[in-house]
Design a binder for this molecule. Sequence first.
Ligand code: F6P
Length: 320
Amino acid sequence: MSGIAIMTSGGDAAGMNPAVMAAVNRAYQLGMNPYVIYDGLEGFIDGKIKKATHELTAEMAFRGGTLLRTSRSKRFYEKKYREEAYNRLRKLGIEQLIIAGGDGSFRALNDFFHDFEVPFAGIPATIDNDIAGTDYCLGVDSAQNVILSCIDAIRDTAMSHRRAFVIETMGRDCGYLAMTTAICSGAEICIAPELPYNLEDIGNRLHRRIRDGIGYIIAIAAEGTKKAGELTQWLKENSGMDTRLTVLGHIQRGGQPTMRDRLMGIRFGTNAVECLHRGDINRIMYYRDGEYGGCGLENVAGKKYQVNQHIFNLALALTH
Ligand code: F6P
């Protein structure tokens, strides 16, 4: 029986658990021998590898985070540690790997393939939605829903006190979370790394709206801009409103996976196993233009994710 091991790596993302569950289930159905690796690439080096059981996956459909836990490994960049990991696999007869994470994790397993010819499949999972080649990464929908409910809650207090609020969202250098949640929460302002913005124009628009009776302001700032503090100060000085900054932080990565993340996780997990089973190796799962598939790492690594033009245009209206 062919041994296959599944792990999660990088920042945790809701949907990772359903993906692992589906991969384990599909591997059993196809007569493979599934293992799980705990603590990501760090645990891989240290041999934290166990046989996958239905007892483990039983809770995975609805749990947030990753029950396999995760890590951001520096050691895996060094060949000597990759060799330790390889020896762990050989002892257990594991011949294939699946990793759910970001493009750094895929690159790590690609290096591993070049060293030891162990085929892999990658599942895009990061709330940042910054992986080229796929429209969707696991964790995004859950994070968006957490962010929206936080913005809705802040709106209540903003309205009650007639205040301006700047809300900083995660996303690293990608503005996808900020743009989509700004649009869907009805925010007045959105700043993101991809978007040019003009404070003077924003000021003129706000003053017109304040004259029309708008009593509070919601501004969304992507962390990648590093401008949330500055925007807060500017609003304090220019909106005539008492202003506060809320940095949402890691709350955005928490909580149960939404329906969409469960289904996407299950599809990606199933597809990853099926790819490897039919010998289509080293593929990164994607969902693009409504289709699922697997592409080579060259379509993902080192490429910049482009935010969908319609989302971009809608968010652009909140920048001037
Ligand atoms: O990549 C996911 C992410 O949550 C980013 O949005 C954020 O910049 C980063 O991870 C935070 O990393 P850490 O959890 O290591 O503080």
